[in-house]
Ligand binder design. Structure first.
Ligand code: BGC
Length: 744
């Protein structure tokens, strides 16, 4: 009876959700992905812009090409040109920073919504939620009267150890672009600019200030650039951030190949290129090679490379005024585009509203990944349960701020413990124990990258009193939930992790708790893979959550209690061992002054599948409280020409007792290819809601050009003719149906 009630409430929640319909239903009743496309930068104001430029002094022009405060570049007051106002970042609009230092400005009107970090958003595999994310944060940006959000961060996750794994989206270029594009479109729909970062090949934090990344051209085009290319061509992103590192010998903020040739000449980018903070190294070269605005950390702003030095270079004739005008014009165009100029009504926005918290909730609730659920341990059945032990520092840890890098100052961050308190009936007693202590090496605190070093007390040491409290709580409770994982001090920008080990002695703690109470559910809160192989054997239920935003704790509690049926899927591979991962198996991480991506195109699951290495949990994996069967997979035709689109349809039947969402994933394989190819590559996906016992038909459209490889000799995308197997599955390793098509 109680179960029935839980199922009923599941149905009610889903009924509410489906009223804001995510998918496009076609006449034939089939569900298809929506297409997102941004608005091109208009040339409507060009004459006015030219007139303005004609009135500007060289000093005024150059004033627009560099930071004049921490997060603004200069305007020209007498001509009505405002400063260009920026804000971090990927987790929501960062609090106001002082004009000339990193110290918070101390405002009381800059509390914002904290949105789920990149990994969580990508784990939804829901492009419509990516639009919601962008649109919601865009409104907050306007409410803060800013022009540009330094987001999204879309570098490929090359190694699980990468410090920004939590902030980036995925290891797969297709999922990457399908989340990035709607996010950018949603954001820019609010009269603001996205600043897509970090262009490009910024896939590690170790030596990021100077490491020279070597990637072969095909890999660059097929793995590391597609999301940036789609951000420019489809989402029409108004700005791009140049990365810190070098690429093929040149810093990315002065990289002629990447900024002029690829970004502008090939992709037709019309917006502005902004440097990462203090990523500029030269004056004339930087400007000529494509950067528009230099931003940075505190030193007198006139000492920036694109400040006094550029004025001197212009006066010495080392750079022409025409060249300078070109950059100024780009900036003016985007200012007009977002209505910071031109007198048009501009979106006003709103911030930290209940509606925005609910946007964060929706994203979080679709991001949680159910990794293991033996004997239906979840959702928690509360019949007869009088007490629950909640164990772990992560039950109360907040992650809106932390570590090095952009966070959000928020009035609402519901922790896992608070979420449970909000959602559990008052009659159930919660016995909380912290269990483990966060331990950082004090002597290295503040020294980026070294916080995880072993100090006099190792970071893995459990505190005996804390351990005993946890064991006592577990013993006296009917059920145990351990909130483990990491946090944003441990996973941080500017530092890669040293290994996949769970820090702070958590593994020992969890094993000891399971020994006294086998009814233990382990919930990981982390943004990147950890070695949980042993734990996954010991626990009957394993859940993965993320740095999951203002409503993360409520969403998690709703998943654990069955109000939300989990539908998150891993956006990266969870390896059994770090040495199984491509960058490590090929011994090509982190390199020294230079790093060569020697695994080539075999990044993430492409490596694991091609080399037949079994991961702990594969890319695209995630369970549900129900089960799905795929049937009747077919394509609209058998043969296609290069410019055609393949429509692949499949019926998804919910074979369980509760409604739920499944992500249909479509991978392509070409086993007889003349070139090296990955065993399979993601080419389409669609999340679909299916009622218990019902079926839905999903149609995924694959433009034949998605099957192309990049041919280095001709510098063209080529679709190899012949047969391709299209594999439909619920993860990269759980392929349920296959259809073969022929490309002419
Ligand atoms: C980061 C960027 C960020 C910038 C400004 C840099 O350290 O790499 O992602 O937008 O700082 O805070």
């Amino acid at each position: 009876m109680k179960n029935k009630l839980i199922y009923l409430s599941v149905a009610m929640v889903f009924a509410v959700f489906t009223s804001c319909k995510n998918e496009v239903s076609t006449d034939s009743g089939s569900v298809e992905p929506k297409v997102y496309e941004g608005k091109e930068i208009s040339s409507e104001f060009d004459a006015e812009i030219d007139k303005l430029i004609a009135q500007m002094t060289i000093e005024e022009k150059i004033g627009m090409l560099h930071g004049n405060s921490m997060f603004t570049s200069g305007g020209v007051k007498r001509l009505g040109i405002p400063e260009l106002k920026m804000a971090d970042g990927p987790l929501g609009v960062r609090e106001e920073i002082s004009r000339d230092s990193w110290a918070p400005a101390g405002l009381d009107n800059d509390f914002a919504t904290y949105y789920p970090a990149g990994g969580g958003l990508a784990a939804t595999w829901n492009a419509d939620l990516a639009y919601t994310f962008g649109n919601s944060v865009g409104q907050e940006l306007r409410a803060r009267d800013k022009d540009m959000l330094l987001s999204p961060a879309i570098n490929i996750i090359r190694t699980p150890l990468g410090g920004r794994t939590y902030e980036y989206l995925t290891e797969d270029p297709f999922l990457n672009k399908k989340i990035a594009v709607p996010l950018i479109v949603g954001l820019q729909d609010n009269d603001v600019m996205a600043c897509v970062k970090h262009f490009a090949a910024n896939n590690q934090e170790t030596n990021r200030d100077f490491v020279d990344v070597q990637i072969d051209e095909r890999t660059l085009r097929e793995i590391y650039l597609p999301a940036f290319e789609a951000a420019v061509k489809e989402a029409k992103a108004y700005s791009i951030m140049g990365a810190y590192n070098k690429f093929r010998g040149e810093y990315l903020c002065e990289n002629d190949y990447m900024l002029n040739k690829v970004l502008r000449d090939e992709w037709g980018f019309k917006g502005v290129v902004v440097s990462d903070w203090a990523a500029v190294h030269t004056t004339v070269k930087t400007l000529k090679n494509g950067l528009d605005i230099e931003m940075g950390t505190p030193k007198p702003f006139n000492e920036f490379f694109l400040a006094d030095k550029l004025i001197a270079a212009a006066k010495a004739g080392e750079i022409s005024e025409t060249e300078i005008n070109k950059h100024v014009k780009r900036i003016l165009r985007v200012l007009f585009q977002v209505k910071a100029m031109g007198g048009k009504d501009r979106a006003k926005g709103s911030i930290a509203t209940e509606a925005h918290y609910q946007d964060a909730y929706k994203i979080a609730s679709e991001s949680v990944v159910l990794l293991k659920n033996d004997n239906n341990a979840l959702p928690l059945k509360l019949d007869g349960v009088k007490s629950i032990a909640v164990i772990g520092n992560n039950a109360t840890k907040k992650n809106a701020l932390g570590g090095f890098g952009a966070g959000v100052k928020t009035k609402r961050e519901v922790t896992p413990l608070e979420g449970l308190k909000n959602r559990l009936p008052g009659s159930i007693k919660i016995n909380y124990a912290e269990g483990y202590l966060e331990r950082y090496d004090e002597k290295n605190k503040g020294k980026l990258g070294d916080i995880t070093l072993n100090g006099p007390v190792t970071i893995d040491q459990l505190d005996p009193t804390k351990l005993q409290e946890a064991i006592d709580a577990a013993k006296k409770s009917d059920v145990v939930i351990i909130f483990a994982g990491s946090n944003r001090d441990y996973e941080t920008e500017a530092s890669d992790r040293r290994n996949l080990k769970l820090p702070f002695g958590q593994e020992e703690l969890i094993k000891k708790v399971i020994a006294v109470n086998p009814k233990t559910i382990v919930v990981m809160i982390a943004g990147a893979p950890f070695d949980i192989q042993d734990l996954s054997k010991k626990t009957s239920a394993l859940v993965w959550s993320w740095f999951n935003g203002s409503e993360g704790g409520n969403a998690l509690a709703d998943v654990l209690l069955g109000k939300i049926n989990p539908s998150g899927k891993l956006p990266w591979t969870m390896p059994k061992s770090i040495n199984d991962s491509p960058a490590h198996a090929t011994n090509s991480f982190p390199g020294g002054t230079s790093v060569n991506y020697s695994e080539g195109i075999l990044v993430g699951y492409r490596w694991f599948d091609t080399k037949k290495i079994e991961p702990l949990y594969p890319f695209g994996y995630g369970l549900s409280y129900t089960t799905f069967a795929f049937d009747n997979a077919k394509t609209d035709k058998k043969e296609y020409a290069a410019e055609e689109t393949i429509a692949v349809s499949v019926t998804v039947k919910n074979t369980g007792k509760v409604e739920g969402k499944e992500v249909v994933q479509l991978y392509s394989s070409k086993s007889d290819s003349k070139i090296t190819r990955a065993d399979k590559e993601l080419k389409g996906f669609q999340k679909v809601m299916v009622k218990a016992g019902a079926s839905e038909t999903v149609t995924i459209k694959v433009p034949v050009k998605e099957l192309a490889y990049y041919d280095v000799k001709t510098k063209k995308w080529i679709v190899e003719p012949g047969n391709y197997t299209l594999k439909l599955g619920s993860s990269s390793r759980d392929i349920k149906k296959e259809v073969v098509v022929t490309i002419k």
